[in-house]
Design a protein around this ligand. Structure first.
Ligand code: FMN
Length: 194
């Protein structure tokens, strides 16, 4: 059975990202898949300190909430990075998580030559985001971050579900069309569509 691993970067409980991810999960389940959601705000993930420790080993020297996630990512074939837009970017919680994937970047780009890393074409990544406003470029920065996060961890970046104009808690749940789009997105992920 296909298992999807989702990381939610929103700190808001019952928030818009959480509700949208629940719709995505419904779509995945309806297509016979499974989904695990990791709430990044519940974990203690400190920012990357650029110590260079992972350069030689591909392993992060900091032990905290991120430590168990490396293994989870390694064991996954479908990942969703989800975050609301904060100042045209992802949240601080999501960014700390993304920055700590530098250890996986090191493994891929610095240790590949030693045969310690292999490309797996069946690893697909998706991005889910919500913003209050409707600006044309509102998701541009965050999506670029997601794209290069997936490159670093050796996943092919497929596509995104980006919802504009949703702000207060409860607004997503009331937006029927967006919920339907979430379910459809989940079915696409389960089908391995890019
Ligand atoms: C610190 C902060 C910064 C934000 N920055 C933006 C922004 O730059 N553009 C925008 O459209 N919405 C911005 N928002 C609004 C959130 O993206 C919006 O409320 C979203 O629905 C929250 O999703 P959540 O309920 O999953 O946390 C910001 C919200 C917060 C708390």
């Amino acid at each position: 059975m296909l298992k999807v691993l989702a990381f939610n970067g929103s700190p808001r409980r019952k928030g818009n990202t959480e509700v949208l991810l629940a719709a995505v999960e419904k779509g995945i389940l309806s297509a016979g898949g499974e989904m695990e959601i990791v709430r990044l705000a519940d974990l203690d993930i400190s920012p990357c300190i650029s110590c260079g420790g992972c350069d030689k080993t591909g392993v992060c020297v900091v032990e905290d909430g991120m430590t168990a996630l490396y293994e989870k990512i390694d064991g996954s074939r479908r990942i969703i990075l989800a975050s609301p837009i904060y100042f045209y970017s992802i949240t601080a919680q999501a960014k700390a998580f993304v920055d700590r994937s530098q250890a996986m970047w090191s493994k891929k780009y610095l240790l590949k030559k030693k045969g310690e890393w292999q490309e797996d074409p069946d690893r697909l990544g998706y991005f889910v985001s919500v913003a209050a406003t409707r600006g044309e470029k509102i998701f541009e920065g965050a999506e670029l971050t997601a794209r290069y996060f997936y490159d670093a961890i050796g996943f092919h970046y497929c596509n995104s579900l980006l919802v504009k104009g949703i702000d207060k808690r409860g607004e997503m749940a009331a937006a029927e069309e967006k919920i339907k789009a979430g379910e459809e997105f989940g079915r696409k992920i389960a089908a391995g569509d890019c």
